[in-house]
Design a protein. Structure first.
Length: 180
């Protein structure tokens, strides 16, 4: 991801003051998270300051272009914030989500499993199937421990996971089957 240094000026009654990166970090949370600020968020998402990009990734009013840009960020917190925000996740395309899954970052996979119904542009049954077969118990547990248990997690998956070697995965899958 290509970044740039953001130059920021503050104007007070016509007087311009150049401010530092710390000032930007301090005020970015105060920029209202509204559609009218999408272009400002798009500019700030290009910042070479990882904290600025992290703050932006917590906003809900980002353009699709900004969402996809931040999904490629080197900062894991930025990517995880996008994946866990249901307002943004609904714009993630399946090929991008599959690429993230293929990267095998356990934190990302856990987030995807926990928020599986947020990915409206994806075949969530396909995604759930992939995650249910993952070797990490943390990923499988996030999938079956979902409070509303997604319809993407089928009874067949739950039955298989109820025999998982990890006690928590198996036990939670059994409980989920009982609740259905």
């Amino acid at each position: 991801m290509q970044t740039q240094t953001i130059k920021m000026e503050l104007t007070i009654n016509g007087n311009k003051v150049v401010v530092s990166h710390r000032f930007l970090e301090d005020i970015i949370g105060e920029i209202p998270d509204v559609k009218a600020n999408k272009s400002v968020f798009s500019t700030l998402a290009l910042s070479d300051n990882p904290r600025v990009r992290e703050f932006i990734s917590r906003k809900s009013n980002l353009s699709k272009k900004t969402i996809h840009l931040l999904l490629n960020d080197e900062n894991q917190e930025v990517v995880n914030n996008i994946l866990s925000n249901s307002d943004l996740a609904k714009y993630i395309k399946e090929n991008k989500l599959l690429k993230i899954i293929k990267g095998n970052n356990i934190n990302y996979l856990k987030t995807i499993a926990s928020d599986i119904d947020s990915y409206a542009l994806c075949d969530t049954c396909k995604i759930a199937t992939l995650l249910s077969k993952h070797t990490s118990a943390v990923v499988k547990y996030a999938l079956v421990n979902y409070w509303g248990l997604s319809n993407a997690v089928t009874n067949k998956m739950l039955k298989k996971l109820s025999k998982d070697k990890d006690f928590d995965v198996a036990n939670t899958a059994k409980e989920s089957l009982k609740r259905r």
